[in-house]
Design a protein around this ligand. Structure first.
Ligand code: PLP
Ligand code: TYF
Length: 400
């Protein structure tokens, strides 16, 4: 009876890692998945995470079930990190926060909430966006369409196109926005542009829906990277925010994140929270405790919190370092006169190189550089030592 089931296609991002593992060439480089590596290209467990885990062991914490909404101490600190502890939306109890299975699971909870309470409402996603967004809304049966975002001519933001498309969407649409470090382009609106985006969203009674997967990773500062979300919250708007601790705390496999819904009253927030719990319960009953305790312990302890911020700056700094070196190598080696400065303007883990599919294939087939077919490379998987090699590969592929 399972005979009729056909083979599913591999994930366009996670599938790259499978192909990388199968390559036996010593020169191979995995710039596919966005996962931080050290200069030695090894996975990195933050020291502050190890310290928090040791504390948890010493305290002999148990493995009892969490409530459906997750660990209370985690839910408190995660909303505070996002909005700032003194934000009126927090002080007035207007935020419904539910622990989710990292960013993906939190987005999926929000999608289910939209499907249930806003039937027919559309979600607008950027073109391009993180590939899983489409899967999430498809599976939740939420209709979506795209707004213009990336302009290949300027290798920058198509701001006018973005504004026009948000304006043209049916009133009351959900507008999915990357809080910082847009994936895959690395191009973010400026604060002035965010204000204008908020203006149109307000005019059209749309609901902003932020995906915050890189707080602290773009600029190195948690507050700076939350500026977009806080700007919208300061306008008294209702909004959704999905958070992830995969990148900024390196807790990829712990699946720790949250969905926050800012409501217009604390009563509404309590009702929304009750409905989010109702959605979560038949899906997975309650979330895992380990990552939630790590986050709560680190943010709740001033010394550990400071250490986290230092390590985050170190990670963000290493990525900025390879970004600069890659730019220098490309500029020095490329005799075609091409302007590579777009690489320095992009932020976060990724660089959107502009390489097309066949050029990306050349990167992999000839140079053993693994990357997604949209031309995105993860600088988090690059070392200073490999920049020259990567520059050779990119120049060869571009002019091929
Ligand atoms: N959203 C974006 C834009 C991402 O890049 C990612 C990947 O890190 C996620 C969400 C969710 O990842 P995770 O489910 O590991 O938190
Ligand atoms: O875009 C990326 O590489 C990261 C990691 O299904 C990721 O966001 C990729 C695919 C996926 C989950 C996370």
């Amino acid at each position: 009876r399972f005979e009729g089931i056909t083979m599913a296609p591999p994930d366009p991002i996670l599938g790259v890692s499978e192909a990388f593992r199968a390559d036996t060439n010593d020169l191979k480089l995995n710039l596919g998945v966005g996962a931080y590596r050290t200069e030695e290209l090894q996975p990195y467990v933050l020291n502050v995470v190890k310290k928090a885990e040791n504390l948890m062991l010493e305290r002999g914490e148990n493995k009892e079930y969490l409530p459906i909404e997750g660990l209370a101490a985690f839910n408190n600190v995660t909303a505070q990190l996002l909005f700032g502890a003194d934000n009126p939306v927090i002080q007035q109890g207007k935020v419904a926060t539910v622990q989710g299975l990292s960013g993906t699971g939190s987005l999926r909870l929000a999608a289910a909430l939209i499907e249930r309470y806003f039937p027919g409402a559309k979600v607008l996603i950027s073109s391009p966006t993180w590939g899983n967004h489409k899967n999430i809304f498809n599976d939740a049966r939420v209709p979506w369409s795209e707004y213009r975002y990336y302009d290949p001519k300027t290798v920058g933001l198509d701001f006018n196109g973005m504004i026009d498309d948000i304006k043209a969407a049916p009133e009351g649409s959900f507008i999915l926005l990357h809080g910082c470090a847009h994936n895959p382009t690395g191009i973010d609106p400026t604060l002035e542009q965010w204000e204008k985006i908020a203006d149109v969203i307000q005019e059209k009674n749309h609901i902003p829906f932020f995906d915050v997967a890189y707080q602290g990773f773009a600029s190195g500062s948690l507050d700076e990277d939350a500026a977009s979300v806080r700007l919208f919250a300061a306008r008294g708007m209702e909004l959704l925010v999905a958070q992830s601790y995969s990148k900024n705390l390196g807790l990829y496999a712990e699946r720790i994140g949250a969905i926050n819904v800012v409501c217009s009253s604390s009563d509404a927030a309590a009702r929304v929270k009750s409905q989010l719990k109702r959605i979560a319960r038949p899906m997975y009953s309650n979330p895992p405790v380990h990552g939630a305790r790590i986050v709560a312990n680190i943010v709740g302890d001033p010394a550990l919190f400071k250490e986290w911020k230092d390590e985050m700056e170190l990670m963000a700094g290493r990525i900025k370092g390879v970004r600069q070196k890659l730019f220098n190598s490309l500029s020095a080696k490329d005799k075609s006169g091409k302007d590579w400065s777009f690489i320095l303007k992009q932020i976060g883990m990724f660089s959107f190189t502009g390489l097309n599919k066949s050029q990306s294939d050349n990167m992999t087939n000839k140079w053993h550089v693994y990357m997604t077919k949209d031309g995105r490379i993860s600088l988090a998987g690059l070392s200073l030592a490999k920049c020259e090699y990567l520059a050779d590969a990119i120049i060869d592929s571009y002019h091929n």
